[in-house]
Design a protein around this ligand. Structure first.
Ligand code: BGC
Length: 774
């Protein structure tokens, strides 16, 4: 999105993705509520029929112009030649985005409902990506919790706040798989893996929407960006994605399918070309895959001006052609550009668009407005605003989410948690006391003054008993400005001369020298990741590396706390500092959560949802490559350095330590419609409690196509008291092994021999084999 911006880029069988593994701890649970009581489903059908007939009746009364109005979304904040009031009265708009004032929302809604011929309510959308007023950890961080229930809860709390001001619709979750950390939007998704990504996708949809669309205090989800946006060439935002069919079906599409199956009511197209066809004009994606194969019943909105930009792509000849191509491809609502409004009526009249295509779009949009309850209850009560925004419950939930999202990457000689006896700490770095930065990108409705920095969190926690010596040390800034700077800027450098900068640097090192331990809060400013925030390099921006090396050179133990939205090059740090805590952008309560984690009041239990490269030259990088020639020597794929990642997918430490042993299966084979259960003993061998994420990976030894060396097929985050031992069981359904074969162009579970590993990360060593038999 962008306000006041210039130069904006103004087959096969039915797929059956399988239900997640049933997770069993100690006792087997039956598969959750597969059947609804028949009375309930009868009621649901009756409601559906009522909704459909209401919408059909309304549609039959609409003029073509009124229908096109429903297909048009306007940005409230963009400059406009015709007033919003006039557009509403003329029924030329169906939705607004970027309006968050409940009084104004009600005013516009009253106008739409009371002063128009058809009384159709507006739907108000906004990017509620990781919180609204209270900012939660970024989605990549929520994925690091490896706890879908946590992600669901965070998004349901975000929905509570957003719905309190009258928003009905969020443009989230983003479920784009991303394997290239140069791409700035990697922070908005769940990382590299389709299985973890699918679980996070469905959890977030449920969080936003509640049990059903229209649940009180919830909002409509919009799954984005369909599809393949995360594979932008070179990690350059908006650039083309060229994805093989095999990768599309097996890697990029599954999280979208999971979100659709979880009931997502809307979906957003993507900006880029997918294999040469713009995603916003892509009938294969929007008709064949989304509606025909997956049975999606909701509506599709374009991305910002992405219909107008079909011309820029060299795809549409002119705006009128862009309108025709988008609507015929299956786009139902246009975000911001007025290409639909200006061209669709003529297109219907000249026959290039059938009125039935318009009707299908409007039907889907109105049905969703109906299901959201907007026809019966269009206004927002102002009562909830004060009670909900930034409430204690929100702050507590945000703190909990931040604690569960952090990943401990290194902890030498138990430097963390900090000793109770510590009397002085240096807190250093450009991000240590920056309120906007700790919230991360896409926190536009967050209030920086609400945010707790690491410095503040530590001061509050440790009180006057510990001397805290703070210095910024260095400042960081983007080389190119961000499109969001006018709305939500990171603090700008204030040190003007080289002399001032050198003095601040030295001051920081002096603080380290006079302290027992140094905490360096390093990473990227919030505007360095997110949209149009791709990078050439993964180095710590500015002079942070130099600052880090100087701090380490003092001989004091150095703990690095990372605030960032992508893996960065921390290879030097991984060899020289005492500890590294990856906190991502943890949100409003970040400083409190980090203080809890550093002092041991909370124990890190997150795991990486991405493979962490040691050098930018390794990207794209992911764990589930195919095994090819001389696979065991992959560490020497480059002659000038190791090709192994710095940290593997699924990796993360704890203050506790765990031993996994005794992997067993309840059977050695299953049929293609069967299942089997793997069990492993997990023991907390430490004197403190902690969580372990038990992960299950499989590999198909032979088949119609080469298969990834390992694929995640199940996981569970298990809390274990000090010394506690539990047996963790994960049920693997044969369907989980299905894949789209590039050889047969079919989705199949192929009989044969499989490896199975369970362990703490994608390098798990506990191993068994099993077969799928015909
Ligand atoms: C982004 C979308 C976002 C939209 C509205 C676009 O630039 O790509 O993800 O939802 O703006 O802000």
């Amino acid at each position: 999105m962008l306000f006041f911006r210039c130069g904006r880029i103004s087959v096969q069988n039915a797929i059956s993705f399988c239900a997640p593994l049933a997770v069993i701890l100690g006792i087997m649970c039956s598969v959750a509520s597969a059947q609804q009581p028949s009375t309930r489903s009868a009621a649901v059908h009756a409601d559906d029929a009522k909704a459909a007939s209401f919408v059909a009746d309304l549609l039959s009364k609409m003029t073509l112009e009124e229908k096109i109005g429903q297909m048009s979304q306007i940005s409230y904040k963009e400059p406009h030649s015709v007033s919003h009031d006039e557009r509403i009265r003329k029924e030329q708009v169906g939705s607004f985005l970027f309006l968050t004032d409940p009084v104004e929302i009600n005013r516009l809604q009253h106008m739409a409902v009371e002063q128009t011929r058809l009384h159709i309510p507006l739907i108000f959308g906004y990017d509620v990506i990781h919180g609204f007023r209270t900012i939660y950890p970024i989605p990549l961080a929520l994925a690091s919790s490896w706890d879908p229930a946590e992600a669901q809860h965070a998004q349901s709390m975000a929905a509570r706040e957003a719905s309190a001001v009258g928003l009905n619709w969020t443009f989230a979750p983003m479920v784009d798989i991303a394997r290239d950390p140069r791409w700035g939007r990697i922070m908005e998704g769940a990382g590299e893996d389709p299985y973890l990504g699918s679980r996070m996708a469905e959890a977030q949809v449920r969080g936003f929407q509640g049990d059903a669309i229209g649940s009180p205090d919830h909002i409509l989800a919009c799954v984005k960006h369909f599809a393949g946006y995360g594979a932008a060439e070179g990690g350059r935002d908006y650039d083309s994605a060229n994805i093989s069919d095999e990768q599309l079906w097996n890697v990029y599409l599954p999280p979208f399918h999971a979100a659709v199956q979880a009931g997502a009511g809307s979906l957003m197209t993507a900006y880029m070309d997918l294999n040469g066809v713009p995603a916003t004009g892509n009938g294969f994606l929007l008709h064949n895959v989304l509606r025909k194969k997956w049975g999606f019943q909701g509506f599709v909105v374009s991305d910002w001006e992405s219909i107008a930009s079909l011309k820029t792509h060299g795809f549409a000849a002119a705006p009128d052609d862009a309108a025709v191509r988008a609507v015929n491809a299956g786009v139902n609502m246009e975000m911001t550009s007025a290409v639909f409004r200006d061209n669709l009526a003529a297109a219907v009249k000249n026959g290039s668009v059938k009125e039935s295509a318009i009707d299908d779009s409007v039907h889907a949009i109105l049905l969703m407005k109906y299901r959201l309850g907007l026809f019966t209850n269009p206004y927002v009560s102002l009562d909830r605003v004060k009670a909900e925004l930034g409430s204690i419950a929100q702050r507590e939930a945000a703190r909990g989410a931040a604690e569960r999202s952090a990943v401990l990457l290194r902890n030498q000689a138990g430097v963390l948690p900090l000793k109770k006896s510590v009397a002085s700490i240096a807190v250093i770095g450009p991000l240590a006391d920056s309120k906007p930065d700790i919230m991360g990108s896409w926190s536009l409705a967050g209030h920086a003054e609400d945010a707790v920095t690491v410095l503040e969190g530590l001061r509050k926690k440790l009180g006057s008993a510990v001397a805290i010596h703070y210095a910024k040390g260095v400042e960081i800034d983007r080389v190119q400005p961000s499109i969001f700077d006018e709305l939500f800027a990171s603090p700008k450098p204030v040190l003007k001369t080289q002399q001032e900068r050198d003095a601040e640097f030295q001051h920081a090192i002096d603080q380290v020298k006079k302290s027992e331990v140094a905490i360096l809060v390093l990473g990227e400013a919030q505007n360095m990741s997110g949209e149009r925030a791709s990078r050439l390099s993964l180095a710590l921006p500015g002079r942070q590396q130099e600052l880090l090396e100087a701090a380490v050179a003092t001989g004091k133990p150095v703990v690095v706390v990372m605030l960032n939205g992508r893996p960065l090059d921390i290879t030097w740090a991984s060899q020289h500092v005492a500890a590294i805590l990856e906190a991502w952008y943890p949100g409003t309560e970040g400083g409190n959560a980090i203080a809890d984690l550093l002092t041991g009041d909370a124990t890190p239990g997150g795991k990486l949802p991405v493979t962490w490269p040691r050098s930018v030259g390794q990207v794209p990088i992911y764990y589930s490559q195919n095994l090819t020639q001389i696979p065991d020597e992959t560490d020497t794929r480059y002659w000038d350095g190791s090709s192994a990642p710095l940290y593997p997918f699924g990796y993360g430490l704890s203050y506790a330590s765990f031993q996994l042993s005794n992997l067993k299966m309840d059977a050695s084979s299953m049929r293609p419609d069967g299942s089997l259960t793997a069990a492993i003993d997990v023991q907390n061998t430490a004197a403190v409690a902690g969580d372990e994420v038990v992960q299950l990976y499989t590999h198909q030894r032979a088949g119609s196509a080469s298969r990834p060396r390992r694929e995640l097929k199940g996981f569970v985050r298990v809390p274990l008291a000090a010394g506690e031992k539990r047996t963790v069981k994960l049920t693997l359904h044969a369907g989980d092994l299905g894949f789209w074969s590039p050889q047969t162009h079919q989705w199949a579970v192929e009989p044969g021999l499989f490896d199975l590993w369970m362990g703490e990360d994608s390098k798990a060593t506990e191993h068994v084999t099993f077969s799928v038999v015909p």
